[in-house]
Design a protein around this ligand. Structure first.
Ligand SMILES: Cc1cc2nc3c(=O)[nH]c(=O)nc-3n(C[C@H](O)[C@H](O)[C@H](O)COP(=O)(O)O)c2cc1C
Ligand code: SF4
Length: 413
């Protein structure tokens, strides 16, 4: 089978059919209006993504509260946002009725920006801190997640990604580092209670077998006590808990998982692979493979970190450009059941129309992400975010940001 055939083959996710193997990742753009509603810019962006023909795509991280957020113009999903979110889904569905459009629900926890919101924590992490959360406060956070899931369903979204990745609240509570003696810490049973109970409560509240539920998970956070390590003070990889998490969520109705790794504010090069070390992406495919082997055959595993492979023009050695390209290697991963779908993050910014171009045989028109990570710089600087290489608006935004706030040294230069 050619890579084109493989990547354009439909796949079942729960009761739905995804028309191809492309998943466009949640990508925060920080351009919402003052009420946390999608602005016209937000709507246009997702309509454009829908026109690009990815089988499935996610709304960027949408916060279940205004109190603790990481971006100053972040989307929120609370009672007052109901109508605006319905409007967003209507516009997206008009553009692509058969696409699967999910919402990524989040709470920033210790990554909340104290400049404009309340930083909270399950156990203060060195260099981060935050107000220590009580059990009652966590119960309230769970209530807000359940309400958010109901609003997403009511808005017409096809499902939700209960975010358990990248160091946000859902991953903070799961970590071995959370060894505080409380209802949500210490033993695995306690640390997994938040995710497991939430899935059960959401299923009960939404009660619709057509509504997908799944999670993006950092399988290994890459620092001592992070998720996927063997002890509260060790960085050593141990996949026992990530596998137990996925199996436990699967038992509670999860139909898909999006594999990820790292906690960007701590281990950024694990999440967004640097162009100088593209082979770190292989770690992602290793994690995907380990999780996939432990899932039911019908549970869809979406593998991450395919952007660095590009059109084969990467710094990988001992492999041909064709075999190491995003399409070539992505298709191999699908064919060998390392994962069922491939997720694109930065590449979805660079060219939201990649799937359509592949279908139409216009591969030579694809704009490949250069992995300059200027979009990441915009994110860190709290500016409006998009691709600075191929979209003039964001090139100008980068120039303006550097003038006003100074150039930022990421480790991705
Ligand atoms: C600007 C920017 C915004 C992002 N926003 C989100 C987000 O809202 N939710 C999330 O789970 N990951 C987010 N990510 C991470 C990506 O979804 C993805 O996991 C990561 O970039 C690795 O994939 P890639 O190599 O295909 O870019 C963001 C990344 C970037 C660069
Ligand atoms: S700004 Fe750079 S890293 Fe970001 S999407 Fe564009 S080309 Fe890729």
């Amino acid at each position: 089978m050619s890579y084109k055939d493989t990547l354009l083959t439909p796949v079942k996710i729960g009761e739905k059919t995804c028309k191809n193997r492309f998943f466009m990742q949640a990508m925060e753009c920080n351009d919402e209006d003052a009420n946390g509603n999608p602005s016209q810019m937000t709507i246009d962006r997702y309509v454009n993504l829908a026109n690009g023909e990815a089988g499935m795509f996610s709304l960027e991280a949408i916060s279940i509260t205004k109190e603790s957020v990481s971006r100053n113009s972040q989307l929120t999903i609370m009672e007052p946002n109901r109508v605006a979110l319905k409007n967003l889904v209507t516009e997206v569905k008009k553009a692509s009725p058969d696409a699967i459009f999910i919402f990524q629900l989040t709470h920033a926890g210790e990554l909340s920006n104290p400049d404009f919101s309340r930083r909270v924590t399950v156990k203060p992490l060195y260099g981060y801190g935050g107000d220590l959360l009580s059990e009652e406060e966590v119960d309230k956070i769970m209530d807000a997640f359940v309400l958010a899931a109901e609003i997403a369903h009511d808005a017409g979204a096809d499902g939700i990604d209960m975010k358990l990745c990248h160091g946000y609240f859902g991953s903070q509570i799961l970590r071995p580092y959370n060894d505080r003696k409380w209802k949500y810490g210490g033993s695995w049973e306690n640390r997994s209670r938040f995710a497991f109970d939430l899935y059960e409560r959401i299923q009960k509240r939404v009660n619709d077998k057509n509504f997908l539920i799944g999670s993006k998970i950092s399988i290994w956070e890459g620092f001592p006590g992070g998720f996927g390590t063997c002890a509260p003070d060790s960085p050593v990889i141990d996949l026992t808990e990530p596998i137990a998490l996925c199996k436990g969520l699967e038992e509670r109705g999860a139909q898909f998982f999006i594999q990820s790794a790292g906690s960007p504010s701590i281990t950024i090069s694990l999440t967004q692979i640097d162009k100088t070390i593209p082979y770190y992406s292989y770690l992602h495919q290793y994690f995907a493979n380990e999780i996939k082997k432990n899932l039911r055959p019908e549970t869809v595993l979406i593998g991450s970190s395919f952007t660095p492979y590009r059109n084969g023009k990467n710094k990988l050695c001992a492999v041909s450009p064709e075999d190491s390209s995003l399409f070539g290697f992505g298709a191999q991963c699908v064919e060998r059941k390392v994962c069922d779908m491939i997720a694109l993050g930065r590449q979805s910014f660079a060219d939201p129309h990649l799937p359509r171009k592949l279908r139409e045989g216009k591969e030579n028109e694809i704009k490949w992400c250069t992995i300059c990570d200027n979009c990441l710089e915009l994110l860190i600087q709290q500016s409006k975010i998009g691709c600075c290489t191929y979209n003039k608006f964001y090139t100008d935004e980068l120039v303006r940001t550097r003038k006003e706030k100074g150039a930022l040294q990421t480790n991705h230069t």
